[in-house]
Design a protein around this ligand. Structure first.
Ligand SMILES: O=C(O)CCC(=O)C(=O)O
Ligand SMILES: [Fe+2]
Length: 205
């Protein structure tokens, strides 16, 4: 999918789903890489902001691994998303300043309850991206991403299938990850504004 149609969908609806954002080969590489990470390279995901960050496995039970440019494969993904950032700035004048992302691993039984990724005017996270890495995911495996509309009605139920990307406005769509029956891998990321310009600061990780 090209940058113009991505930008168009975002401007029109505030979210979109791109089924083959990465080729199967590219997505499989990330999937296999995720499995090579040692326990010590994963951390329990936190909820809340800034000084209020806590671990609450009743809210979310995934483990995460922040991407950095030190590692080639992580760098390749970050760099692809940086191209997307520049494209969105060009098409939509979004003024997106940077991008942060982590791998996430939901073990069977794990979930992430309904939440927003950003609160209006109180966060520099603007756009959420989630890339899925799971070959042959079936509906019976659970683990859907459910996106809700303003009045609480279900807008989308997305299977976390290899290569699929979801992009949405971080402060607009309540969403949740349903309980899954298989190990579920993904890369969550956020395009952000420059905190010193927007006057709001998201948690240092
Ligand atoms: O993995 C997903 O489908 C969504 C994850 C999510 O909501 C998040 O990381 O904030
Ligand atoms: Fe989220």
């Amino acid at each position: 999918m090209n940058i113009v149609s991505i930008a168009d969908s975002l401007a029109e609806r505030g979210y979109l789903i791109v089924p083959q954002f990465l080729s199967s080969a590219e997505a499989l590489n990330l999937y296999q890489y995720a499995q090579t990470l040692h326990d010590s390279q994963w951390q329990l995901a936190a909820v809340g902001r800034g000084g209020q960050q806590t671990i609450n496995t009743n809210v979310r039970g995934d483990r995460i691994h922040w991407l950095s440019s030190q590692h080639d494969l992580e760098h390749a993904y970050l760099s692809k998303m940086s191209d997307l950032r520049e494209g969105l700035n060009r098409e939509l004048f979004m003024g997106l300043f940077d991008y942060e992302a982590h791998l996430a691993h939901y073990q069977p039984g794990a979930y992430y309850k309904k939440h927003l990724d950003a609160f209006k005017g109180r966060s520099n996270r603007i756009l959420t991206t989630v890339l899925y890495l799971n070959p042959e995911w079936q509906r019976s495996d659970g683990g859907e991403l459910v996106i809700y509309a303003e009045r609480g009605e279900v807008l989308e139920e997305i299977l976390p299938t290899l290569g699929t990307m979801v992009i949405f406005l971080s402060d607009r769509f309540v969403h949740e990850v349903k309980v899954g029956r298989r190990d579920r891998y993904s890369v969550s990321g956020w395009f952000r504004l420059n905190a010193s310009i927007s006057g709001v600061i998201d948690p240092p990780r």
